[in-house]
Design a protein around this ligand. Structure first.
Ligand code: URA
Length: 197
């Protein structure tokens, strides 16, 4: 069975779209291989492209604070993006780039098998909430193939629009309850035989 490290080696060699020509580093993602929560952002920016790590700029600092607000840090979750290479000038990913990168994200989901996917921003939202608008769907969850999908604004939105900061913070606080609810609805384990001593 392939590991995340195997997958990262494959992604580093990817030349499936034109972003391979202008990237400095691929940014596959990082975090726990057995994470219950997977955060999916949009695309690497300047700093991510320099370091090969997701969310290391200002938006990443806010994401770290949001994780801390629910008692988590990067080592306990998984963080990646819908595309693994930086679009020039930080433009939006093109549909053909998202399509070319789809297989990598699918394999990450398969390997990590998270109970919950949290979409950060409209690009990843549109995959799990097709046709929805982020202003309506943020802070709500749906069940997809046995996983909870939860939509949030992109953390960078709070940097551009202060009024969204509280909304994003409040949405983050819903995550632990949703996860706990999902655990409750899992089929109960077989009753165990009590051992006599
Ligand atoms: N924004 C994203 O969507 N992803 C990153 O990795 C950094 C900024």
């Amino acid at each position: 069975m392939a590991t995340l490290a195997d997958l990262y080696r494959e992604i580093a060699l990817c030349r499936d779209c034109e972003l391979a020509e202008c990237r400095n580093m691929v940014v596959p993602g990082e975090g726990a291989e057995d994470a219950a929560i997977m955060f999916i952002g949009e695309a690497p920016g300047f700093h991510e492209d320099q370091q090969g790590r997701p969310f290391v700029g200002a938006a990443g600092q806010f994401l770290d604070n949001l994780l801390h607000s629910i008692g988590l840090d990067r080592s306990k979750v998984y963080i990646c993006n819908i595309i693994k290479c930086r679009p020039p000038g930080n433009r939006d990913p093109l549909p053909r780039e998202v399509d070319a990168c789809r297989r990598w994200l699918e394999r990450q989901i398969e390997l990590i098998d998270p109970r919950m996917i949290v979409t950060l921003g409209r690009h990843s939202m549109s995959r799990y909430f097709p046709g929805a608008s982020i202003s309506k769907v943020h802070g709500t969850a749906r069940n997809l193939d046995g996983r909870i999908c939860f939509a949030m604004y992109h953390p960078a939105a709070a940097l551009h629009q202060q009024s969204l900061r509280r909304t994003i913070e409040a949405d983050m606080l819903k995550i632990p309850g949703l996860l706990a609810q999902a655990a409750d609805t899992k089929p109960a384990p077989e009753p165990r035989q009590l051992s006599m001593f």
